[in-house]
Write a protein that binds this ligand. Structure first.
Ligand SMILES: Cc1ncc(COP(=O)(O)O)c(C=O)c1O
Length: 467
């Protein structure tokens, strides 16, 4: 299914589902007509260009041109030379009141980082996978039997992780869990039991991971990240016995850990320490070769964590740990004490999605889409915020931008919000907020190209006169 503009903005709201029997051109014209009737496309609103809408929906431009022509003929759209295509005012009475529009959504474009394209969760493929998986799953699997995760699913996951990330994961070394977040909490419990504390964390790091560790009673030791990744010399000088790192795509700077640092990190681990490898968005690479997981180089010292949050949906809460063999039973015990195991239904569906090839297809489609969105963001940034330096754009679902020292970033965030654009400042990602450079972290995967360009343009306006 492809949906345009459902991310947050009201601009265009159309669903295209290749699995439905109606032809695509019917779905598109019906969808646009319905959006105009319901007032989701307001009278006089400018329609995106056929090229932009086609790219957003993943359909041919011809299809969009034909749909626009049909709706012009029906009087729903107006095509005026020089000012593009606009919604006709005929349906003014059905449009929402202006007050509703301004109060129902306090912002138009949401650049909150961390989300994949939620409107494109593969609903049909997921339902098909669940139906197929359930048809062959024996009933005894539905009991209180698998805190470690369903055996068949761990088998499928083992093959997938080996194939795509080079992870050496025997099925019995895998513990299925509720995303990376639970993986971190369980790792913390295991390490505490083994004397693997304190735990170091990258600085900057995803701010929520500091909170998650604190919630487990651990005050993580912040270790600086530079342009080669975590500064391992500082780690070695610290008291830390374990380190939570994002070597394939540092969060939030986007740095790929250099070969020399990887080697130093492995040496540190082999000296009796543990690495918690957070491989949260490894699936998305735009203009460089994938970087293999570190786990394969030290499977007895690395707890590897993965998730479906960036490829499918964060709300699934489905992830996995791959543990050194001697840590597995402890992790399973803590997992069992936490919740008796992750939903078997989700494991059945996801396992089947992997086996059928639908997951790979979804990933390829999303990779193309995010590349276009990433490119739109880079284009917008260079045009409307030329004094910002972009970091970490080669991978993932978000990128970071730095502004010159002393730039009033909080004012920019506030002004942008007042103009309808939500952005997050980078400083909270630093252990000491005041030590972080002025910057933003911008999600681009859950925002259409036209919204990205509009949002960055508004951000440019908000920046006017600030620095
Ligand atoms: C660095 C990092 N790791 C992991 C995750 C995903 O966590 P989870 O799998 O719990 O959704 C995120 C989500 O934003 C993240 O930023």
């Amino acid at each position: 299914m492809a949906v345009s503009g459902t991310t947050k903005g009201p601009e265009v709201l159309v669903e295209i589902d290749r699995n439905r029997p109606e032809p695509l051109h019917r779905q598109l014209t019906d969808g646009l007509r319905g959006a105009i009737r319901a007032g989701r496309l307001a009278p006089h609103a400018r329609m995106p260009s056929s090229r932009v809408l086609a790219a957003d929906l993943g359909v041919s431009r011809r299809l969009v041109v034909d749909a626009y022509a049909q709706l012009v003929a029906e009087g729903f759209l107006l095509s005026q030379h020089g000012s593009g295509t606009r919604v006709a005012s005929l349906y003014l009475t059905e449009a929402p009141a202006a007050a509703d529009v301004t109060t129902s959504a306090s912002y138009d474009v949401d650049f909150t980082p961390g989300c994949p394209d939620l409107a494109n969760f593969p609903r049909n493929a997921w339902l098909r996978a669940l139906r197929q998986g359930l048809a062959t799953t024996p009933s005894d699997v539905f009991g209180y039997v698998a805190p470690q995760g369903q055996a068949a699913f761990r088998e499928a996951l083992s093959g997938y992780l080996r194939r795509t990330r080079g992870v050496l994961a025997e099925p019995d070394q895998i513990v299925v869990c509720g995303g990376v977040t639970q993986g971190i909490a369980l790792s913390a419990q295991v390490l505490r039991k083994l004397g693997g504390l304190p735990i170091a964390i990258e600085d900057p790091a995803f701010w929520f991971h500091r909170i998650a560790l604190r919630h487990s009673g651990i005050d993580a030791v912040p270790i600086e990240v530079d342009e080669d990744g975590l500064v391992v010399d500082l780690l070695a000088d610290s008291e830390a016995r374990a380190a939570l790192i994002t070597p394939a795509h540092q969060s939030p700077t986007g740095v790929v850990m250099s070969p020399a640092r990887r080697a130093a990190m492995l040496e540190w681990a082999h000296a009796g320490n543990y690495i918690i490898e957070d491989d949260y968005d490894a699936e998305y690479r735009y203009d460089r070769a994938p970087v293999g997981a570190m786990q394969a180089l030290a499977p007895d010292r690395v707890i590897y964590l993965g998730t479906t949050s960036k490829v499918l949906a964060p709300a699934l809460r489905l992830g996995w740990m791959v543990l050194p063999a001697d840590l597995v039973s402890l992790a399973v015990r803590y997992k069992m004490a936490a919740d008796l195991g992750t939903s078997i239904m989700d494991q059945i569906a996801f396992g089947q999605l992997l086996a059928s090839g639908d997951y790979d297809r979804h990933l390829r489609q999303m990779r193309r889409r995010y590349t276009s969105r990433r490119n739109a963001m880079l284009k917008g940034l260079s045009r409307f915020l030329p004094h910002a330096t972009v970091l970490g754009a080669a991978a993932g679902v978000q990128l970071a931008v730095h502004f010159p020292v002393g730039y009033p970033i909080d004012d920019l965030v506030r002004r942008a919000f007042e103009l309808g654009v939500k952005v997050e400042a980078l400083q909270p990602w630093y252990a000491d907020r005041s030590s972080g450079p002025p910057g933003l972290i911008l999600g681009f995967a859950d925002v259409s190209e036209s919204q990205i360009l509009r949002g960055i343009q508004i951000l440019g306006q908000a920046a006017n006169g600030l620095g």
